[in-house]
Design a protein around this ligand. Structure first.
Ligand code: 13P
Ligand code: SF4
Length: 355
């Protein structure tokens, strides 16, 4: 795949023909249980969960709180978790970077990761002595399944001496082949910390292009994409602005560059959250996963949230009932090959040191 960038942007090169292309590579299947009609909430105002929904969740919430105490467990939840999890049972919430950081600080012996599989693996590799549970093993990620450790070795062979910067949305195997990890919140900082003219940035082609537009470093990309954020279009954002005058548009950097170009702000889920908390707009649209807006709408009743979102089918695998079952049965425990974990940990720790 070849990329054409505006003349002012720094060079971004696609892998050469000799290099492998992105493909489905891990055992984690991609669930497709959400009907396409439910994937878009466009233009509708986002309102917090109703009292009746909280009543329905009350028994599971009470059981989870009791189980957390009995099992010495803590729940780390990503910003894309549904409100019953995010506001009901989570002890710590955040973006991928915050969850990795916080995983190192918790005192409990069990971590329940309410998020997708790569997040649970990251918590485990930073905490080899702790038990890390993920409520549903099917909670994968299209980025993580787009690249293998063999692919990274082939990229290195084709680009000798060029450091490999790996998005945390990858398996531990892929992290183990990398020089350093990054998240959407620190990618520019991580790349510039290396002091090289070129980097290989895997596996999100859109994040890589958005980052390349902010740095003079040449970025060699891998053609992976987030199946959720790649669906947004610049035309949708145009229409959103026309329908909602004065709306502040905040886009996740996994969106295509033409979508990010239409936004007022681009950042990780935590950076979007900080934007809203800073009361920088009365009316916002978050170009990202739907639960992000729902969670912030509950915390910020003074802000109007315009629905312009998609659901991540992987994140939506994690439910309150699943978290309760994980605590009751101790499933599913995340295990890692110690040798792989050791190398992957180095790449994550290097990232944490420069963030
Ligand atoms: P953040 O690190 O911004 O929370 O993003 C994680 C993710 O999976 C976005 O799709
Ligand atoms: Fe992966 Fe995209 Fe889902 Fe995030 S939103 S977990 S990047 S598929």
């Amino acid at each position: 795949m070849t990329t054409t960038l505006p003349a002012t942007a720094p060079p971004v090169t696609a892998p050469s023909a000799a290099q492998p292309t992105a493909r489905s590579a891990t055992a984690l299947p991609t669930p497709h249980f959400v009907a396409p009609s439910e994937l878009v909430r466009s233009g509708a105002p986002i309102t917090p969960l109703a009292a009746a929904d909280w009543d329905a969740a009350a028994a599971d919430i009470a059981a989870i709180e009791r189980l957390k105490r009995e099992r010495d467990a803590v729940i780390l939840a990503h910003n894309y978790m549904t409100e019953d999890i995010y506001h009901g049972v989570a002890d710590i919430t955040g973006d991928s970077l915050a969850l990795a950081r916080e995983a190192q600080t918790v005192s409990q012996s069990t971590i329940v990761l309410a998020g997708v599989h790569f997040m649970a693996e990251t918590a485990k590799l930073l905490n080899p002595a702790k038990r890390v549970l993920i409520p549903d093993l099917r909670a994968g990620c299209s980025l993580a399944s787009s690249i293998t450790a063999d692919d990274v070795r082939a990229l290195r062979a084709a680009n000798p001496g060029v450091p490999v910067v790996t998005y945390v949305n990858t398996s531990a195997d892929v992290k183990a082949e990398s020089d350093i990890c990054c998240t959407s919140g620190n990618a520019v900082k991580v790349i510039e910390s290396l002091g090289t003219d070129r980097v290989i940035m895997i596996p999100d082609q859109y994040l890589a292009r958005n980052v390349a537009a902010q740095t003079g470093v040449e970025v060699i990309i891998w053609p992976g994409a987030c199946e959720v954020h790649e669906q947004f279009t610049a035309a949708e954002v145009h229409q959103l602005r026309a329908d909602n005058p004065g709306v502040a548009v905040l886009a996740h950097p996994e969106c295509p560059p033409e979508v990010v170009a239409e936004a007022d702000f681009a950042g990780s889920t935590a950076q979007m959250s900080d934007f809203v908390a800073g009361h920088r707009a009365d009316r916002v649209a978050l170009i990202t996963e739907c639960s992000m807006s729902a969670n912030l709408a509950a915390s910020h009743p003074e802000v109007e949230f315009i629905g312009m979102c998609r659901l991540c089918p992987h994140m939506k695998r994690i439910t309150l009932a699943g978290i309760r079952r994980a605590l009751e049965t101790g499933t599913h425990e995340v295990t890692l090959d110690p040798a792989i974990a050791e190398r992957a940990r180095l790449a994550v720790e290097r990232m944490l040191a420069v963030s």
